[in-house]
Each structure stands twice: as structure tokens, then as C-alpha cells.
Design a protein around this ligand. Structure first.
Ligand SMILES: [Zn+2]
Ligand SMILES: [Zn+2]
Length: 436
């Protein structure tokens, strides 16, 4: 039977699954047993081995942004075997699955699927089989954990008081996947969203997040300064774009040092300057480009506006004109990742029940960026860092390192937290009761 028929059959039969769902209110004892059942299901040796197998299969066949066809097919095949309905293709390779009655509230859980153009330098049994491509950010683990959550939630679907939307998203590394998924209506009716990232900064079994501002927004800009070229020994006959570019670069540094609150972290760096071809010719134009980052949404917005104003103003002083571009194809602007404070509280409570209160930390601000921020711009949600640092197996290298190693013990932890978030959302949002 071909895949299209499979998919059609799933949609035909899913209402039967959905009809088993009903609304219940958890008492303390019931929720206690629910937590134990989640942990039991997540740590079931069969499920753990299944998640490892999925993660290793994806790791061996890494696919870059928007090329995640095999990964997507694997996800669909596993969802099909779990009896979970899904929609595909969404944003080319993305998959959106659904578990629950189809009634509100809707809770979304997200995993990203893409790999990086890096040659893996870790020698192990399941090393990347594709030269120059590697899952060096742990997105293979994210997929396995979300499929693990799908399995747990499918087994506990009678306990679900929400409709769970499972988002398998392409192209996070290019910073465009989330945006494209949103354009394809994946957040329609969604009340809250939750996502996580594995990190080696925290040991396996520890999690960290923070309310409000969390990760920096990241943007890039490119400016072309137009003057009038001529002989460098007769400058009065030219309009010098090199001088205009130079004063622009210096003035940009005044934005952070003179206009920004020193306690509100911001960065502007000009990292590329190009002009001219000889020491005695004033060129027609000069180009420079750089990056800017800010932790708060307001500062991120303000800094972008000021970059343009300063370049255009400084250029005009020197009788030149400027064209300033943001959102380059290779470096799209990603807004700051800002956690909703209420959802953060829930995530914090839920994850502390899974990993223990002593292992649930308040994360510092990070200057890294995540395209999960696009979802958080649209609906309340929270992003969590899940520790997988483990010196014994070499899981100590940062993201995007060719030596990046995932401690697979993180898989059941991530799956359990995803599932626990979905299973506790309704009681939390209606009664604010604890998930015990
Ligand atoms: Zn990455
Ligand atoms: Zn990543």
C-alpha cells in the first residue's frame, strides 16, 4: 500500500481514536499516578531503544535545511505505526501531527529536523554517512524525543484534556523554518507552545529556562554607500564613499555605547568592509555588513531602526547616498526568544516533577538565537534547555562542533517533559493546580 493511501486511512480512522478522549479533572492522587505512568512509559526499555534507533538512523543520514525528505519520511512512518494522524508536507518537508479530541485547548510541541554542513569528526558506530553533513546541534535527538512523546501521549490519550499538535519543523539552522510553518497555519487555534533544545552546558538530567527574555534576537545588515569615483590625488572631483563608510562604521558603535542601557545587553558588529581596487582610485561605492543582537524585543527593534538612521545620516554628511538591507537570505532576522511567564511557570513545575527540583535551574540570558522565537511572537509559550553534558562519553562540546556528541540518556527525559507538559496544561490553565 502506498503512503498516500496510508495517510488517507489514518485520517479516516483517527476520529475513532479521538472519540476515546474525554475531559477529566485530576485530583492530586490521579496526577501523581499520571506522572509515574509518564516516567514508566518514557523509561520503558523498548521505548528507549526505539528512540535511540530513530535518533541514530537520522544521525547517520543528516539532511540540511529543506532537504529533510528522509527524516520526514521516517517521522511519518513512525507516526503511522503509532496510529497518530498527521498533515504533510507542511513547509516542504515539515510534518504536523495531532493527538486528542480535536477540541480546545490546543497545545503545540515542537522539534526541528535539520542538520549542518559540518564534517563529523566523532568516530562511532553511527557516525554520519554523508560527507560534509552532520547533526551537530542535536536536532536528531529532538525528533526522537518528540516521537517518544507522541508514543507516550498516544498511550495516555484517554487522560488528555487538550488537543496536542506535534510540529516537526524544517530549516531551523537557516532561521526560516518556523516562519514558514507559521505561514502554513500550524499555530491555528494553538493556545500554548513548548519547545526544547539539548545542551552540553548542563549535565544530563538537569534542565534550565527563565521567564521573559531568554535568548537574543539576531539580525544582519548590509549597507552600500554610493559616491562618485575618481583620481585619489584630485579628491575635489570625487565624492568619497570610503570616508562615508568609515564614519558610518564608527558612528554605529555609538548606538550601543551611548544610547543603550548598559544593563540591557546589545551588540552591533561590522564584520565585513569592501571598497576599491587600487590605492590611487576613489571608488564609486563601498559596502559593509554586520550583525546586531539584543535580548529584549524593544531594544532589538530600536537598534535595527537606529542602524539604518545612522548609516543614512552619516552618509548624507559626506554627500553620499546609502542603501541599507536587512534580512539577507543567508542570515534572516530572528527575534529574541521571550518566554511567557505563566507558561514558563508550568514548564518549570512540570520539568521539576520529571527531573527533580534540584535539577531544575534558572538559566542565564544567552546570546544565541533560536527560530522558536517566531512561534513565541504569535502565541504564549516557553523554551527549555535540556542538559545532556556527560564527560564520560565525550558529550562536552558545544553546538555546531564537529565533535558534538549527544548523550542518549536525554531521550526519555525530553520525551517525558514534552508529554507531561501536554498532559498537565489543561488542569494548570483552569485551576492552577500542581502537576504532582
Ligand atoms: Zn544549531
Ligand atoms: Zn539547534
Amino acid at each position: 500500500m502506498d503512503l498516500v493511501k496510508h495517510i488517507l486511512l489514518i485520517f479516516v480512522f483517527m476520529p475513532i481514536y479521538f472519540s476515546f478522549s474525554f475531559q477529566i479533572h485530576l485530583t492530586s492522587n490521579q496526577s501523581s499516578s499520571l506522572r509515574s505512568r509518564i516516567l514508566e512509559l518514557a523509561n520503558d526499555p523498548g521505548t528507549v531503544n526505539w528512540m535511540k534507533k530513530i535518533r541514530r538512523e537520522i544521525h547517520e543520514h543528516p539532511e540540511l535545511a529543506y532537504e529533510e525528505f528522509k527524516t520526514s519520511a521516517l517521522i511519518r512512518s513512525e507516526l503511522y505505526q503509532l496510529g497518530v494522524a498527521f498533515r504533510w508536507p507542511v513547509a516542504r518537508t515539515g510534518v504536523v501531527a495531532r493527538i486528542g479530541s480535536g477540541s480546545p485547548p490546543f497545545v503545540a510541541l515542537r522539534a526541528d529536523m535539520d542538520a549542518l554542513p559540518i564534517q563529523e569528526l566523532v568516530d562511532w558506530e553511527h557516525k554520519s554517512k554523508i560527507d560534509g553533513k552532520m547533526h551537530a546541534c542535536g536536532h536528531d535527538a529532538h525528533v526522537a524525543m518528540l516521537l517518544g512523546a507522541a508514543k507516550i501521549l498516544q498511550q495516555l490519550r484517554d487522560e488528555l484534556q487538550v488537543t496536542v499538535i506535534l510540529i516537526f519543523q524544517p530549516a531551523e539552522e537557516r532561521g526560516v523554518g518556523a516562519k514558514d510553518m507559521i505561514q502554513e497555519q500550524v499555530l491555528e487555534n494553538v493556545d500554548a507552545i513548548f519547545g526544547m533544545h539539548v545542551v552540553t552546558q548542563y549535565p544530563t538530567g538537569m534542565v534550565a529556562s527563565r521567564p521573559g527574555n531568554f535568548l537574543a534576537g539576531c539580525g544582519s545588515f548590509k549597507a552600500k554607500i554610493n559616491g562618485k569615483g575618481g583620481h585619489a590625488g584630485i579628491p575635489q572631483q570625487s565624492i568619497d564613499p570610503v570616508l562615508a563608510a568609515s564614519t558610518s562604521v564608527i558612528s554605529l558603535q555609538n548606538i550601543v555605547s551611548r544610547e543603550a542601557d548598559p544593563l540591557d545587553s546589545q551588540v552591533i558588529s561590522v564584520a565585513m568592509v569592501q571598497a576599491g581596487s587600487a590605492n590611487n582610485i576613489i571608488p564609486d561605492s563601498a559596502t559593509f555588513a554586520g550583525t546586531f543582537r539584543a535580548i529584549s524585543k524593544k531594544s532589538f527593534h530600536d537598534i535595527r531602526k537606529r542602524i539604518e538612521e545612522v548609516i543614512i545620516g552619516q552618509t548624507a554628511v559626506h554627500r553620499c547616498s546609502a542603501e541599507v538591507e536587512f534580512d539577507g537570505d543567508d542570515h534572516p532576522t530572528i527575534p529574541p526568544t521571550t518566554n511567557d511567564e505563566r507558561i514558563y511557570e508550568l514548564v518549570s513545575q512540570v520539568s521539576s516533577k520529571i527531573v527533580g527540583e534540584e535539577n531544575t535551574k534558572l538559566a542565564p540570558l544567552f546570546t544565541g538565537s533560536e527560530d522558536f522565537a517566531f512561534y513565541l511572537d504569535k502565541v504564549p509559550g516557553a523554551f527549555l534547555l535540556v542538559g545532556m553534558g556527560n564527560e564520560n562519553i565525550g558529550s562536552i562540546y558545544p553546538h555546531h562542533s564537529p565533535y558534538f556528541v549527544v548523550d542518549e540518556d536525554v531521550l526519555p527525559i525530553g520525551a517525558a517533559i514534552h508529554a507531561a507538559f501536554a498532559l498537565s496544561y489543561h488542569s494548570y490553565s483552569t485551576t492552577n493546580s500542581d502537576f504532582e
